[in-house]
Design a protein around this ligand. Structure first.
Ligand code: GDP
Ligand code: IMO
Ligand code: MG
Length: 447
């Protein structure tokens, strides 16, 4: 009964959407386990581009049941919009299931996130202003509204009557924002509940029943390890746990039900919002990555900060996620650079430091680079490792060596089929097999 986790190893936007779509070919359930509509996952099939914020990226396969797990915070408006978009484009949204334990992003959460960010201005975190932090805060304070609550308007009214006055006081008194009206909120929430009723279920049972039937479940993370609330660059992080452990709490699976963890990273680094980013490039190379890589946020449209691949946190990311193999995306974007750098560690005040590095040190850390020759050839039509320029293959080898686990998939374009299966990689720890069923079964799908 195998479950596979897809997890970002950097600051998000590594191409998890593409990876999930690819691996979903051979599973029956795809479960999003944390985050909310702060995520923006892109899937490209032929000429069609799908940008998904809440619905798992497996939805484009008709045989998949897409599941939004209990660890996700759900803005019902976004979910309904996304379902309507899918229906309009011929994708059946009736299969989507949402955990009744998933917390609801209420309009006051969005208002609080926006007001806090606006007041902090350049000192803010640069959140997506989707209400993520305030919703997870209310969840922890046991003051949240859950998807199941939307189905019982009278009980919801009583609960909101207790919660809302304090939220309104903060909005009005601390931020000078308008208050929310109880009756309006209850009516809006009840209308979401009515429309989403057929989708709201106990998803833990759904996942466990599928595993018991011997079906394969894929768990899709949002954001990335360096944005993890506990293991990321706190406080410049999101408010949930994108790491593979989050798949257990947020997806309803046990640790020993996971047999594969696929780490997703891209061939360079990006970051959206504020926070330390030692390998950031504010030069012609940075512009190359931004423009050629179309590094603009899927959710907010913000320009992403770009830089060289940062392997300083990579070993730790591999360890805390139990990564069994890696997919490297966007190798094609590096074509045309005269040389390529790879950060293998940092120095702080002249001395080498080991990840995790305290924030104040990270802010003044100097990257230690290894330099590789670049290549000019366009990679987007390459489908076999042997057809890659030797320089590109050497760069992938170097990434693999630094990660310490096999890189089994390499992506050279956004489209589903622009993927190289890297065969014959051996798992150095011998802990898990690398020639796993998923890799082999996606091979036909990507021709
Ligand atoms: P996610 O949040 O991790 O799912 O990543 P995003 O979808 O936000 O950003 C990744 C972007 O890169 C998307 O626009 C993808 O279509 C695109 N992409 C993914 N893999 C590749 C690749 O190998 N090459 C290129 N050129 N684009 C890619
Ligand atoms: P995907 O799933 C990149 C960043 C925001 C901000 C910080 C906190 O597409 O990889 P939040 O709104 O979560 O409270 O913002 O986290 N952030 C992301 N950056 N990709 C994402 O998602 C992100 N989701 C949140 O920019 O710095
Ligand atoms: Mg994204």
């Amino acid at each position: 009964m195998p479950a596979t986790v897809v997890v970002g190893l950097q600051w998000g936007d590594e191409g998890k959407g593409k990876t999930t779509d690819l691996l979903a070919a051979s599973v029956s359930l795809v479960v999003r386990y944390q985050g909310g509509d702060n995520a923006g996952h892109t899937v490209v099939i032929g000429d069609e581009v799908f940008k998904l914020h809440l619905v798992p990226s497996g939805v484009l396969h008709p045989h998949i049941t897409p599941v939004i797990g209990n660890g996700v915070v759900v803005n019902p408006k976004t979910l309904l919009t996304e379902m309507a978009m899918l229906a309009e484009r011929g994708i059946d949204p009736s299969r989507i299931r949402v955990s009744r334990a998933a917390h609801v992003i209420m309009p006051y959460h969005v208002a609080l996130d926006g007001a806090a960010e606006a007041r902090l201005a350049s000192d803010g975190l640069g959140t997506t202003r989707r209400g993520i932090g305030p919703t997870y805060a209310d969840r922890s304070a046991r003051l949240g509204i859950r998807m199941g609550d939307l189905l019982e308007p009278e009980a919801l009214r009583q609960r909101l009557a207790r919660i809302l006055p304090e939220r309104n006081a903060i909005l009005v008194d601390a931020y000078g924002q308008p208050a929310f009206v109880l009756d309006d909120l209850v009516a809006e929430a009840a209308s979401w509940g009515e429309r989403l009723r057929p989708h709201i279920v106990d998803t833990t049972t759904l996942v466990q029943d599928a595993l018991e039937r011997g079906e394969h479940v894929l768990l899709e993370g949002a954001q990335g390890t360096l944005l993890d609330l506990d293991h990321g660059t706190y406080p410049y992080v999101t408010s949930s746990n994108p790491i593979a452990g989050g798949a257990c709490t947020g997806g309803g699976i046990g640790p020993l039900q996971v047999d594969q963890v696929i780490g997703v990273m891209k061939a360079y680094s990006t970051r959206v919002g504020t926070g330390p980013f030692p390998t950031e490039l504010d030069d012609v190379t940075g512009r190359h990555l931004l423009e050629k890589g179309h590094e603009f946020g899927t959710t907010t449209g913000r320009q992403r900060r770009c830089g060289w691949f940062d392997a300083a946190p990579l070993r730790m990311a591999v360890a805390i996620n139990s990564v069994s193999s890696i997919m490297v995306n966007k190798l094609d974007i590096l074509s045309g650079l005269p040389e390529i750098r790879l950060c293998t560690g940092y120095a702080v005040d002249g001395a080498p430091v080991r990840w995790p590095v305290p924030l104040t040190e990270l802010e003044r850390a100097t990257p230690i680079y290894r330099t590789f020759p670049g290549w000019d050839a366009d990679l987007t039509d390459v489908r076999r490792m042997v057809d890659l320029p030797a320089e590109a293959a050497a760069y992938v080898d170097a990434l693999e060596e630094l990660a310490g686990v096999p890189i089994t998939l390499v992506s050279v374009g956004p489209e589903r089929t622009q993927t190289i299966v890297r065969t014959g990689r051996v798992q150095p720890t011998g802990r898990r097999s690398t020639e796993h069923a998923l890799d082999l079964r996606v091979a036909p799908a990507i021709g």
